[in-house]
Design a protein around this ligand. Structure first.
Ligand SMILES: NC(=O)c1ccc[n+]([C@@H]2O[C@H](COP(=O)([O-])OP(=O)(O)OC[C@H]3O[C@@H](n4cnc5c(N)ncnc54)[C@H](OP(=O)(O)O)[C@@H]3O)[C@@H](O)[C@H]2O)c1
Length: 298
């Protein structure tokens, strides 16, 4: 699998990465996670992303990796130690969350610790960034990053203190392509695309009951890209290749609970880069249809 250097870090990351939220929120079992990581590594992935608040995701990954820890870059997040939406941005809280992540992931050192979508106002105060810098000084993480979108993501690049940005980028979420990615390229930051296939939200015939999928489902209805009618595999392939073609993106972390997805998704990339004309069609449709409220989905 193709590898790209993650900005100015020493990490040569596979273009496909393992997104760890689904296994936590959808309560995958230990055996499933072991198989998932096995098929992911066999398919050539070397990036595993998780977070302190994805239920048991960190512990499941820590247990499943075992001796294969050295074969992957381990990325996690901090800021919601008691569950997503209940942010705690105090320095002591962030540091104790990182220490807990090390234990759960059964590692001495993370490759990357990311602030988990804190607001611009918190970022500006600076204490949250100082906490991550302290964790790096203590040897708990090799690099520090910001995970989030919009103006906060832009500030995270401008302030010059982060090594990486994790942000939403897909056929249904193109704000970052103008607001942050060009600046990230200029500053040599590593970029991790989250929600890179827009949750494959076009799969649902009716509006999904799960709120997390609803915004992309509605956007994709309005965007009505012709390639979405080309069969499931063709659609995922185009979506993924679009995200990976966005200038500045180094890796795209996909979430799944199905072990067979990894060889399947890896094979979708064999077709190579998405041709410029197809990228332009998707960009053109977005420019025509996207509403001002279609900002980066956290
Ligand atoms: N604020 C943040 O920091 C933040 C926010 C959101 C996400 N993230 C990160 O980004 C990762 C990815 O985000 P995500 O899982 O929300 O979005 P995603 O990767 O765009 O979509 C995941 C969905 O795509 C489906 N899928 C995967 N491969 C497929 C294929 N070949 N064909 C059809 N469907 C396929 C999966 O379903 P199946 O289970 O059926 O495969 C899953 O429901 C997360 O795991 C997390 O690590 C971070």
């Amino acid at each position: 699998m193709e590898r790209r250097r993650l900005g100015k870090t020493d990490m040569m990351v596979s273009v496909l990465g393992f997104g760890g939220s689904e296994i936590g929120y959808e309560r995958a079992g230990a055996r499933t996670v072991a198989r998932l990581l096995g098929t992911a590594l066999d398919a050539g992935l070397n990036v595993v992303d998780t977070a302190e608040c994805y239920e048991d995701s960190e512990a499941l990954i820590g247990a499943a990796l075992g001796a294969r820890r050295s074969q992957v870059y381990l990325l996690t997040k901090c800021g919601h130690p008691r569950g997503y939406g209940r942010g705690d941005w105090r320095e002591a809280s962030l540091l104790s969350s990182i220490e807990r992540s090390l234990k759960r992931l059964r590692t001495d050192r993370l490759d990357l610790i990311q602030l988990h979508s804190c607001e611009l106002a918190d970022l500006r105060k600076g204490e949250v960034i100082t906490a991550l810098e302290r964790a790096r000084e203590r040897g708990w993480a090799r690099y520090i990053g910001y995970s989030g979108d919009g103006e906060a993501a832009r500030y995270a690049i401008e302030c010059g203190r982060f090594d990486t940005l994790q942000t939403s980028a897909s056929i249904a979420d193109q704000e970052a392509l103008e607001l942050t990615l060009p600046l990230a390229v200029e500053r040599g930051m590593g970029v991790i695309a989250k929600r890179p296939i827009a949750n494959a939200a076009w799969r649902y015939a009716r509006k999904p009951s799960e709120p997390y999928y609803q915004a992309y489902w509605s956007r994709l209805r309005a965007l009505d890209y012709p390639f979405l009618r080309a069969g499931a595999k063709g659609a995922v392939a185009t979506a993924l290749r679009f995200t990976l073609a966005a200038p500045g993106v180094h890796t795209a972390i996909v979430g799944t609970k199905r072990p067979e997805r990894w060889p399947e998704n890896a094979r979708l990339l064999d077709a190579g880069p998405l041709p410029a004309a197809e990228i332009e069609q998707i960009r053109g449709r977005w420019r025509k249809v996207a509403q001002p409220s279609w900002t980066g989905e956290v």
